[in-house]
Design a protein around this ligand. Sequence first.
Ligand code: C5P
Length: 224
Amino acid sequence: LAAGPLAGKRIIVTSGPTHEPIDPVRYIANRSSGAQGTAVARALRALGAEVVFITGPATVRPPEGVQVVPVETASDMHAAVQAALPADAAVFAAAVADWRVASASDRKLKKTKDGMPRLAFEENPDILREVASQTQDRPDLVVGFAAETNDVVEHATAKRLRKGCDWIVANDVSPATGIMGGAENAVILITAEGEEHWPRMPKDQVAQRLAEKIAATLTPPVSG
Ligand code: C5P
């Protein structure tokens, strides 16, 4: 049995990109590697949490000792999160596609002389916003991520309010930072109390610090 400050706490972590099919052989994806979400899951596990790790098709391997739920699309991820609730906390580190192809073809699209295929899109469920706003089974702590390329604090602060989550872990994913797909991250943690600027450090140290803060919040030290 796990020991540590998070022993007995059930925590959902989403991670990785999603793949949204166009037809049986093609899909739309993004550059998320799943590295930061995987590191968060590993760090929470190391502090004793029971972790349900819901991961899209990531390029890094899932951590040991967690319950791995592999998914492909945002819809699958949504269903997996709902099935994993209730939980004490949920960390939404996945880079979920905002849109999916409205009617993915069940046959491979062919070149025709009629020209290019036209793809229509529809919106995916916003898993973070839904979980953060649900009145039944809302985790005590709901953490979202915000990948921004400009005005990071301003956008992330607005996002925290719009999504209804407790914390937003914001980072600058401009190509020049090398953060998306890289080994390091420089984050700003936005909470109701304000903003904390963390120095640039390896993603597993960001995860460690975040996991410790989650532990301190879920299990405040007993006084007296
Ligand atoms: O709105 P945006 O995609 O920038 O929000 C990012 C945050 O919301 C991340 O925590 C991400 O995991 C979560 N999210 C989600 N479901 C979506 C889109 C984003 O859970 N459909």
